[in-house]
Design a protein around this ligand. Structure first.
Ligand code: AMP
Length: 382
């Protein structure tokens, strides 16, 4: 693959924080960044060289956009396959539209993973209330019903505690295609962020330990405190996933670690991931630089962990009682603030994150949590 050298323009479909951090990494390396998104003042548009404002299904706009850049990637995985294919007529799109098509639909994703012998949560496809009843009988309760498409951060999910809840869950989801998953009594939630080059080179950041609150990622710690064998298994799973889907770019495998030490794939994200944000401060290179490198055919070197690290998400809820106390949080050592430039702080909306480093993962975690706490309570009075 021919190297796309710095100075060229790179296109990103999707204008949120993932696009913003991609753009910052690309611009640091001397690329120009064009973004296409429906939002003129979105997180990525604010830092891009060129912002095209158009809906993702405006294929003429997508074609014009792709004509002006050397390569296209995406940060919003619900960009349609038609948009990815349109862009691909004018510039290489990495990862390709097929990867998007598979990963934006839970049934297609689980089907592809199962076909390659990869471990997924036990599941059934559900298209009618009758199918749901059969699926609940087969998988037992509790179980989780999820829309097949357009789900994120717990949106489009309903917990079925007992068979009697099924009809209500189906009605609440308002979908005609869903997946029922057995509820996994996991010990830990983990993720493996990795990258694969066009030549098949595979690199990764090691296992990240994730805590969720209310279905949204809350805290990530690196390295995850798990046995070496679990990490080796996760790496092999991720390597197999990227090869099976022929991914060129960054991919995150979200995993459940079961109490017996085995891993199940929860879901895939064919792009940098929230759990990988700490790599900006704690690894060289970070997940966004690897995204740039994979897109441009530059070498994918194995990322080196510089320090143990922890990341805490900053949701809009933090603004409920006014502006957070930034100075109090940033008075802590080895603590860095990343805000995404979103104008309106709505509850549950990801506004930014804090990353803290430390001598140990536990120290980094405690520091990150204290930093977030200080946003609300200020610095302790001594
Ligand atoms: P998802 O959008 O599928 O990543 O789900 C969001 C979160 O819900 C996950 O990170 C888990 O904490 C929880 N969750 C989702 N599916 C399951 C499951 N089958 N069993 C247990 N917890 C789940």
């Amino acid at each position: 693959m021919k190297v796309i050298a710095p100075g060229a323009a790179l296109g990103v479909l999707g204008g949120g924080q993932l696009g913003r951090m991609f753009a910052l990494a690309a611009r640091r390396m001397g690329y120009r960044v064009h973004v296409l998104s429906p939002d003129a003042d979105g997180p990525c548009a604010q830092v891009a060289d060129v912002a095209v404002v158009a809906p993702y299904d405006d294929l003429d706009a997508v074609a014009d956009f792709a004509r002006d850049v050397a390569a296209v990637t995406f940060e919003f995985e619900n960009v349609s396959r038609a948009a990815a294919e349109t862009a691909a007529r004018f510039a290489p799109v990495r990862p390709g539209g097929d990867v998007l098509h598979v990963t934006q639909h839970r049934l297609r994703e689980k089907g592809a993973l199962t076909a390659h012998g990869l471990p997924v949560t036990p599941y059934r496809a559900v298209r009618t209330p009758a199918e749901l009843e059969t699926a609940v009988a087969a998988l037992g309760t509790p179980a989780v019903l999820k829309t097949a498409a357009w789900g994120y951060d717990g949106h489009g999910q309903a917990l079925i505690r007992a068979p009697g809840d099924a009809a209500d869950a189906w009605a609440r989801l308002r979908t005609d295609e869903a997946v029922l998953e057995a509820f996994v009594d996991f010990e830990r939630e983990l993720s493996l962020v990795c990258a694969r080059g066009a030549d098949g080179t595979f690199v990764h950041f090691g296992l990240l330990a994730n805590d969720h609150r209310d279905h949204i990622l809350d805290v990530t710690v690196s390295p995850a405190d798990v046995p070496a064998r679990v990490e080796a298994d996760a790496v092999e799973i991720a390597r197999a996933v990227t090869a099976a889907l022929d991914v060129v770019g960054v991919l995150c495998v979200e995993l459940f670690l079961r109490r017996d030490g085995t891993l199940l794939i929860n879901e895939l994200a064919p792009r940098p991931h929230n759990s990988g944000h700490l790599t900006i401060d704690a690894f060289a290179p970070c997940q966004f630089e690897l995204q740039v490198r994979a897109l441009c055919g530059l070498p994918l070197v194995a990322p080196v962990r510089l320090r143990p690290a922890a990341m805490v998400n900053l949701l809009g809820d933090l603004w409920t009682d006014g502006e957070p106390d930034w100075a109090a949080a940033l008075a802590l050592p080895e603590t860095r603030l990343h805000l995404y430039g979103k104008a309106e702080a709505r509850p549950r909306r990801k506004m930014g994150h804090l990353t803290a480093l430390g001598d140990t993962p536990a120290e980094a975690r405690a520091r990150a949590l204290e930093a977030r706490d200080r946003l609300l309570r200020g610095a302790p009075v001594i």
